[in-house]
Ligand binder design. Structure first.
Ligand code: FAD
Ligand code: NAI
Length: 467
């Protein structure tokens, strides 16, 4: 009662991305008087507005286009004639999906009685925040301000020729040559979109392999598949500068280890070298909130910052920058604020790259697992999976890494058209502490791609059936 009189809200969440909007809804469900500050015109954050959702819309649409134009369906007896690209319509359908989903969050806010405070938030002290000209107070405050693109020094983003992911989701025409700086998730997903729509795509990656953080074999297999699809991968290469003249760019590159420089002529350049936490303008100093060495808001296991009553979740805090990680933290932080025990198991967060095939993993890579102890590894290729063979969809494999002594599953990696969906069973098994034997003795429906997970588990014991 005292708090109700003292503060405008029990909980103020700053940022309405997957972390913030979920935290706000959960807090309201738990009976807390909740507000959420968001400066964008629409709710849903990076993910719904300029991230997960529009990128998946273009990935889906461009895949349909490639299927229709690439002649891939002829062997199934499906022939197309006169297929053409209507890029404006593709963008319009993407915008419609975004609008429906962001509108859906607005509906959920109303349903759960979460107050949306429109405007940028800045701390005045640990319980007082200015949002869009008004000052509000709250007992607990959750920082969920997300992240934005890491700039590359010397390369200015103009959103016309040199774009970040937001610009690359809205190119008004298919580039002739798109140079992507960064062979990570954004570069490969959006590079795939524009390659499918007809662009020549060159990915420049500083490291000697694409997709850092993923299992080594998966990184190699993925690179092989992207090259087979016609993407140029310049690994071990750094960009030393980009010059723009009119609607064309010159990208200067040289081997990361030093060596002869070369120039790539392009009509679009995508900078996708990672993302950085959004803390500018929040005035965290006024509240005394401490940052990590990497500029993230520092938190403990329960998402508490160093200041009592201030919490942080999602991309602005340490950990993987993924929407589902932010969402789970949103639920957990609200439960902790309400005095319950909110937990996120950060060892079991799946990662998915939504290319074709999809690339998914959960838990440790083989390299990371080996650094911790003895492991057994089982692998099963989709070439030997009956459904994949029937569908003519045999790229990729399933790989399971288990503790050599306890057989407990430590990591699962899948390269497959359905990897993003299939990885959920691996995450669930790992969350329940499964052994590879548990998976091997679980009945999987036939004929499905998922049988490859069972076979990979059997391969951990050296005894798969179908290979
Ligand atoms: P955000 O979604 O970034 O939301 C933060 C919100 O806070 C923003 O709306 C911002 O406007 C607001 N804000 C910031 N500062 C203030 C302030 N001072 N006052 C008021 N409001 C403020 N992840 C996946 O898991 N799957 C995917 O397929 C995927 N695809 C992606 C594709 C792209 C192109 C990009 C860029 C990212 C993608 N991600 C994906 C990552 C995902 O978008 C993020 O991990 C996720 O959005 C993080 O959620 P968040 O709530 O922490 O922050
Ligand atoms: P990333 O961290 O995935 O990849 C960046 C890549 O750029 C790395 O391979 C890195 O080695 C390389 N790089 C860094 N500096 C470079 C330089 N100067 N020159 C050349 N290469 C350089 O970051 P990305 O792709 O920007 O994505 C940001 C975040 O968004 C990721 O952390 C990811 O979690 C999230 N995201 C998730 C998606 C998904 O879940 N499907 C889709 C898109 C983004």
């Amino acid at each position: 009662m005292a708090d109700e009189q003292q503060y405008d809200y029990d909980v103020l969440v700053i940022g309405a991305g997957p972390g913030g909007y979920v935290a706000a809804i959960r807090a309201a469900q738990l009976g807390l008087r909740t507000a959420c500050a968001e400066s964008r015109e629409t709710l849903g954050g990076t993910c719904l507005n300029v991230g997960c959702i529009p990128s998946k819309a273009l990935l889906h649409a461009s895949e349909l286009y490639e299927e229709a134009t690439g002649g891939h369906l002829a062997k199934f007896g499906v022939n197309f004639q006169g297929v053409s690209l209507d890029l404006d319509q593709m963008h319009a359908e993407k915008a419609k999906a975004v609008k429906e989903l962001t509108g859906g969050i607005e509906f959920l806010f109303k349903k759960n009685k979460v107050t949306w405070l429109k405007g940028r938030a800045a701390f005045q002290d640990a319980h007082r925040v200015e949002v869009g000209g008004q000052v509000v107070t709250a007992k607990d405050i959750v920082i969920a301000t997300g992240s934005s693109v890491t700039p590359l020094p010397g390369v200015a983003i103009d959103q016309k020729v040199v774009v970040d992911s937001t610009g690359a989701l809205a190119l008004p025409k298919v580039p002739e040559h798109l140079v992507v700086i960064g062979g990570g998730v954004i570069g490969l997903e959006l590079g795939s979109v524009w390659r499918r729509l007809g662009a020549k795509v060159t990915v420049v990656e500083y490291l000697d392999q694409i997709l850092p953080g993923f299992d080594g074999e998966v990184r190699k297999e993925s690179a092989k598949l992207f090259k087979k699809q016609g993407m140029d991968l310049l690994t071990g290469t750094k960009v030393t500068g980009v010059t723009v003249e009119g609607d064309r760019a010159q990208v200067q590159v040289e081997p990361a280890a030093g060596g002869e420089a070369q120039v790539l002529a392009a009509d679009a350049v995508l900078v996708a070298i990672g993302r950085k936490p959004n803390i500018d303008g929040l005035n965290l100093e006024a509240a005394g909130v401490a940052l990590t060495e990497r500029g993230q808001v520092g938190i403990d296991h329960d998402f508490r910052t160093n200041v009592p009553g201030i919490w942080a979740i999602g991309d602005v805090a340490p950990g993987l920058m993924l929407a589902h990680k932010a969402e789970d933290e949103g639920v957990a932080v609200a439960e902790n604020i309400a005095g319950q025990t909110g937990i996120v198991n950060h060892d079991v967060i799946p990662s998915v790259v939504y290319t074709m095939p999809e690339i998914a993993g959960v838990g440790l890579s083989e390299e990371a697992a080996k650094a911790k102890g003895e492991v057994k590894v089982g692998k099963f290729p989709f070439m030997a999976n009956s459904r994949a063979k029937t569908n003519r969809d045999t790229d990729g494999f399933v790989k399971i890494i288990a503790d050599a002594n306890t057989d407990r599953v430590l990591g699962v990696w899948i390269v497959s058209s359905l990897a993003g969906t299939m990885i959920a069973q691996a995450a669930q098994a790992m969350e329940f502490g499964a052994t590879s034997e548990d998976i091997a003795y679980t009945c999987h429906a036939h004929p499905t791609h998922s049988e490859a997970v069972k076979e990979a588990a059997m391969a951990v014991q050296g005894k798969p059936i179908h290979i």
